[in-house]
Design a protein around this ligand. Structure first.
Ligand code: UGY
Ligand code: MN
Length: 246
């Protein structure tokens, strides 16, 4: 449906943002070829993470991240991608995920039409802990645990629960009518991508209709709540910072 002239569902505020796909504008970077970046969230808006949608053009291509203090965790929405970093490589299909620690060059070679979301943030080392190792897998192999006992709201935790990691990436799936059980208010920040379905997201005092393809930023302490609506389950991928003292 053509949007009303001069209108969008996108909202950007100091403490949260809803980014609808109609506003996406492409970028490219040194070392990138045949791959387009859409920087959905970034420190430029006040976030401590970046959330980048990578879409591969006809013939496929490469997205490239230099070795620096940033770590990366990615999820393949569709297509195929071969990821190569300093001491490893893996081929990921739809539902595949990968964490690569900081101080690694990361090259992502994707087939035409592949779409992936990558979260990028500065790693926070802890003196007594070793750096976290790379880890990969596929969502199909991760069980969905009932969230606080609710069978209709299930959480898949993609990365190991291990204090060496300072971030988590999860997928939350709700049956229509299921909700987050209470309005969460917490120190952790979120970047989020709606993978499927629809619902209403509460962010601060606002209630937003959201659907597949929308992205959300929740700053620390942004009150947040969700209800799934419609005929099919609603599912979202999200990032969260964890395991570090304030
Ligand atoms: O892990 C979380 O904080 C999650 N329950 N938040 C959310 O879905 N908005
Ligand atoms: Mn939360």
């Amino acid at each position: 449906m053509t949007p009303l002239f001069g209108h969008t569902r996108t909202r950007v505020s100091m403490r949260h943002a809803l980014i609808a796909p109609d506003g996406h504008v492409p970028s490219t970077y040194p070392g990138w070829d045949g791959a387009t970046a859409y920087v959905i969230l970034s420190p430029a808006m006040g976030a401590d993470l970046s959330q980048i949608l990578v879409v591969y053009e006809s013939g496929g291509g490469t997205a490239w991240f230099p070795a620096d203090e940033n770590e990366h965790v990615l999820y393949v929405e569709s297509g195929n991608c071969r990821a190569v970093w300093d001491d490893g490589d893996v081929t990921l299909t739809a539902g595949g995920f990968l964490f690569v620690p900081s101080e690694n060059v990361l090259a992502l070679h994707g087939d035409e039409g592949t779409r992936l979301t990558i979260f990028r943030k500065l790693f926070e080392p802890v003196e007594s802990l070793e750096a976290p190792p790379a880890v990969h897998g596929n969502i199909a192999d991760i069980p969905g645990e009932p969230f606080l006992g609710n069978e209709k709201a299930r959480l898949q935790t993609l990365l190991p629960i291990d204090a060496r990691y300072d971030l988590a990436m999860n997928v939350f799936t709700y049956q229509p009518g299921a909700t987050l059980p209470f309005v969460e208010t917490h120190i952790m920040e979120h970047g989020l991508l709606m993978l499927s379905g629809q619902g209403v997201y509460r962010l601060d005092e606002n209630y937003y209709p959201v659907t597949a393809g929308d992205a959300i930023w929740m700053a620390p302490y942004c009150p947040q709540w969700f209800v799934a609506m419609g005929d099919e389950p609603a599912s979202y991928l999200y990032y969260k910072d964890v395991h570090r003292l304030p």
